[in-house]
Design a protein around this ligand. Structure first.
Ligand code: CDP
Length: 231
């Protein structure tokens, strides 16, 4: 984008599979900003829980998890194929996108120790500004002073279809009904949890992208940036 944008933080929040990450990645690419995927960090912690068997159903063993968080190195690397999530030296990008992780991530993300860990990581990673971040509570809790906040919504069936295609591309076949159920459950847990529940920040702008392509979203954003920041 041929726009001069100051060193701001752009916060993109919203429901599951509304296309936050595709939009955020595209914005980062066109503005030369850093992209931070907060959900990937929650997914990384969830993978740690699953691999160690620190849960029984939706109940997480926080006595085991909490001490492990202090030494947990979750970060992002980009080797030319887009941003990938790492746990120490190990690339965990593929594993964290599986249904197994999606099924447990919201109960894990509702835990105070986990939210504290992720908030801290995000602040460390965003130190230098010029960042676009996506999640559930970026505009409300993590960066309440973000200069631009977008809240994304879309029709649930469209969201489920998008997720199904995404999983199919990675070789995982999942029924639409199972995905819809997972989205419903996560939406519910995410918006009803005690600590920083998913909600629109008062100063966030709503974007319903049910019938929009990514290019149309970028046109929408361009107009918004021109209005907000002039050139
Ligand atoms: O599947 P989707 O891309 O919509 O979700 P995600 O961004 O990968 O996030 C996965 C889960 O992490 C969400 O369902 C939330 O439970 C949690 N999350 C959160 O609580 N707060 C955030 N800022 C980001 C994600």
């Amino acid at each position: 984008m041929d726009l001069e944008i100051p060193d701001i933080i752009i916060a993109i929040d919203g429901y599951s599979s509304t296309g936050k990450s595709s939009f955020a990645k595209r914005i980062a690419h066109s503005l030369g900003f850093l992209y931070l995927d907060s959900g990937a960090l929650y997914r990384g912690v969830t993978l740690l829980v699953l691999e160690n068997g620190w849960h029984g159903g939706d109940r997480i063993d926080t006595e085991k998890l909490e001490p492990a968080l202090s030494g947990l190195d979750l970060h992002f690397e980009d080797h030319g194929k887009g941003t990938r999530t790492y746990m120490g030296e190990r690339c965990i990008e593929r594993q964290i996108r599986s249904m197994r992780v999606s099924a447990l991530v919201s109960p894990v993300a509702a835990l105070a120790c986990v939210r504290h860990y992720v908030d801290q990581r995000l602040h460390e990673l965003a130190r230098d500004g010029r960042v676009v971040m996506d999640g559930r509570d970026i505009g409300t809790t993590v960066f309440p002073d973000a200069q631009l906040k977008i809240f994304m919504v879309a029709d649930p069936l469209v969201r489920a279809r998008r997720r199904m295609d995404e999983l199919a591309e990675k070789g995982e076949t999942v029924q639409l009904e199972e995905i819809l159920e997972n989205l419903r459950k996560r939406d519910y847990i995410d918006s009803h949890r005690e600590i920083s529940p998913l909600r629109k920040a008062d100063d966030a702008i709503v974007l319903d992208n049910t019938d929009m392509t990514l290019d149309q979203q970028m046109d929408w954003l361009r107009e918004l940036l021109v209005k907000r920041f002039g050139k």
